[in-house]
Write a new protein. Sequence first.
Lengths: 164, 164
Amino acid sequence: MSRLDSFIRRLEAQRACLNQAALAIADLPGPVLELGLGNGRTYDHLRELLPAREIFVFERQLAAHPASMPDAEHLILGDIRETLPAAGARIGAPAVLVHSDVGTGDAERNAELAAWLAQVLPPLLAPGAWVISDQPMRSPALAPLAPPEGIAEQRYFLYRHRTD
Amino acid sequence: MSRLDSFIRRLEAQRACLNQAALAIADLPGPVLELGLGNGRTYDHLRELLPAREIFVFERQLAAHPASMPDAEHLILGDIRETLPAAGARIGAPAVLVHSDVGTGDAERNAELAAWLAQVLPPLLAPGAWVISDQPMRSPALAPLAPPEGIAEQRYFLYRHRTD
């Protein structure tokens, strides 16, 4: 499989997970968190899927396409390790969907950040909230979900916030 | 359609065009030209499709993934307007496939560069060579081809070097 094939599969997996999560949380109130804006393509997709939701975006360094730029009220700039733990007040309500796409080419750093997120995210989540992630997250508060139909295991990761 | 949807369609169109062109030129001798390396994903795909071909890559400024870096002999760095017209000797034989992905966010510049390429490319091509392009090219030497099945018109552009 070429890197082009692999990239297309990753984007298709990302989209399928976002679509499934948007359906799943349709009847639950709460804002959405996008961790890592990048080019802004998944943010744009989330806006289209969930036009009535508040989407708060966390990004260290802005590099998004102008067509996919959040307004100032919904953009939280800075190192996520500093901004996320204190974000509860800004967000105003428990989040119902989190999309975390913060991986880089550094596998060790990715694993460390995912472990940290798995601790910090659950207190920010509503019961039944979904977490979609480019990295696996291990937490007793996050129940792993099967990937959408046609998407390979381990390509993207889905979790549901446990309420029991 | 979100920007994520649109991006996936563009990559799928790119891949379908490359796959079709690689089949079409399978029995014709000659090297391949990749105009614009970028991340290197389509270069990686071309290498996989055509493992026995020489692939010459033209790029202004290297930003490719290390896994998709051509060797020094096949990498021609610099402004394509300076490097391409003089590339015949370096390439050594008429090219049988060209993939041009040099567009940027600047539509005027893209149109101008595509018009220039449509003049400069044909003398470098073997009879029956294919040109795959992110921009439309107009030249009496380039016959437009229909897109592969399932790919919308105008998403990516295919041409065959006229021999009549």
